[in-house]
Design a protein around this ligand. Structure first.
Ligand SMILES: [Zn+2]
Length: 102
């Protein structure tokens, strides 16, 4: 899977069973060393508490990834258009993130 921050390939550092019947994989991007975790939810139905907790963990992970990506956009000294092309995002999104400073 690709790095959520920069889109580079990633490698798995560790795989373990998480809470609520999830599989947690800690990943690192091979280019910049960005780190994040992915949570895999099994095939259990979603209408029980355990699966909902797993989905919550997944949502939280996405929130952290988004924060890291936004942080990188703000810190990147290049023009918005170059950063946008690099990350595969619309330039307007990059400008918006910079304008609002997170
Ligand atoms: Zn990366």
């Amino acid at each position: 899977m690709k790095c959520k921050v920069c889109g580079s390939p990633t490698r798995v550092l560790e795989t373990r069973g998480g809470d609520f019947n999830t599989t947690v994989r800690r990943r690192e991007c091979v280019k910049y060393g960005h780190r994040f975790a992915t949570y895999e939810v099994g095939s259990a139905p979603y209408n029980n508490l355990k699966s909902r907790a797993a989905l919550y963990a997944q949502a939280e992970n996405r929130r952290i990834e988004r924060w890291q990506r936004n942080q990188r956009i703000v810190d990147d000294p290049r023009p918005s258009s170059e950063v946008a092309a690099d990350l595969g995002l619309p330039a307007s999104t990059v400008r918006h993130i910079r304008r609002t400073h997170l």
